[in-house]
Design a protein around this ligand. Structure first.
Ligand code: HEM
Length: 326
């Protein structure tokens, strides 16, 4: 009798644990049966959006970073709009420069998917898949995207502080943000190579280019500083003024960003810091010389980023609209 109840208990535990494991496991082919049109709808939508607005890809890459690095992980909490009662992550100062095109491409994909497969695909899975496919459109490496994330139900502006890197931080402060989330220094430097595409608003670096006495200013190439000053001259009246992060090949995902840094052609203070800091510099030099290595480490780090704090099972929901909880 005792042995049959032990067997029953073991069976129950086995089933319970297995159920929980299968609920919490992300898989590469999660939507293959649940929504066979998933990949095709993502690809069609991002292609037409990127052709119409070529800034979409870099914008989405940054949006994805800001979603995953926050304490609640890749749960698309960054997409939630504020309500009269709650100011969400999206409205934290650091996120106000996230471009509308990135939010828009996710809304477009979600709308198409709700028509094809209602209540099936999470906004978090859409964001990571769109990021992967847009990265490829820019010429970047492919990374594995495991699917089955569920969307978060909470997003609070104040939780953002201290979790996202700012260009005014020292390299050791920035490093801490990434190592606290399980990245190595090499992976952090590789991820920063995302600045091979996209823009920075003048306000993000004007204190460097108008301040001749700072040691950082002296790491800028003098002719480049002249160009930046010209481009940003009217930034107080026109806060939307911005410059390419990689002036040599701005729309191509390659390792030229790393080749720019030793020449003083980085835009942000933190870009210069990666080359001047003795701990990060060797990785900058390796990636500048070896694009394959950059792509390999970048892809591995993006996969890691995409798995931070993912929610599965009852810990999340499939949002009907990406900007609102159900
Ligand atoms: C190392 C620390 C980092 C700092 C301090 C930093 C800071 C910034 C800032 C200030 C901008 C300009 C935003 C604007 O003016 O609109 C920017 C742009 C961008 N960042 Fe970073 N970032 C860092 C790392 C990363 C990482 C790890 C990624 C992705 C994996 C990334 C992806 C991007 C992209 C793609 C843009 C261009 C966005 C656009 O064109 O709309 N950044 N970053």
């Amino acid at each position: 009798m005792a042995s049959s109840s032990t067997t029953l208990l073991s069976l129950f535990l086995f089933l319970f644990l297995n159920l929980n494991l299968s609920e919490s496991r992300l898989t590469l082919d999660y939507y293959q049966k649940r929504c066979p049109q998933f990949q095709q709808i993502v690809q069609q939508t991002i292609t037409s959006k990127q052709i119409q607005s070529p800034t979409t890809a870099a914008a989405t890459l940054r949006l994805f970073l800001h979603d995953c690095l926050l304490p609640n992980g890749c749960d698309s909490s960054i997409l939630l709009s504020s309500t009269p009662f709650t100011k969400t992550e999206r409205d934290n100062d650091i996120n106000l420069s996230l471009p509308g095109d990135a939010f828009d491409v996710i809304v477009r994909i979600k709308t198409a998917l709700e028509l094809a497969c209602p209540n099936t695909v999470s906004c978090s899975d859409i964001l990571v898949t769109a990021t992967r496919d847009l990265l490829i459109m820019l010429g970047g490496p492919h990374f594995n995207v495991y699917l089955g994330r569920r969307d978060g139900r909470s997003s609070i502006s104040t939780t953002v502080n201290g979790f996202l890197p700012k260009p005014t931080m020292s390299i050791s402060e920035i490093t801490k943000i990434f190592t606290n989330r399980g990245f190595t220094v090499e992976e952090m430097v590789a991820l920063s190579g995302a600045h091979t595409v996209g823009f920075s608003h003048c306000s993000e670096f004007t204190s460097e280019i108008y301040n001749n006495s700072s040691s950082v200013s002296s790491s800028y190439n003098p002719r480049f500083v002249e160009g930046l000053r010209k481009a940003c001259g009217d930034y107080r009246n026109n806060p939307s003024l911005s410059v390419f992060n990689d002036i040599m090949t701005p729309n191509k995902f390659d390792n030229v960003y790393f080749q720019n840094l030793p020449k003083g052609l980085g835009v942000l203070k933190s870009d210069h810091g990666l080359f001047s800091d003795p701990i990060t510099r060797p990785f900058v030099e390796t990636f500048a010389a070896d694009q394959d290595r950059f792509f390999r480490v970048f892809a591995k780090s993006m996969e890691k980023l995409s798995l931070l704090g993912v929610k599965t099972g009852r810990r999340g929901e499939i949002r009907r609209r990406c900007d609102q909880i159900n």
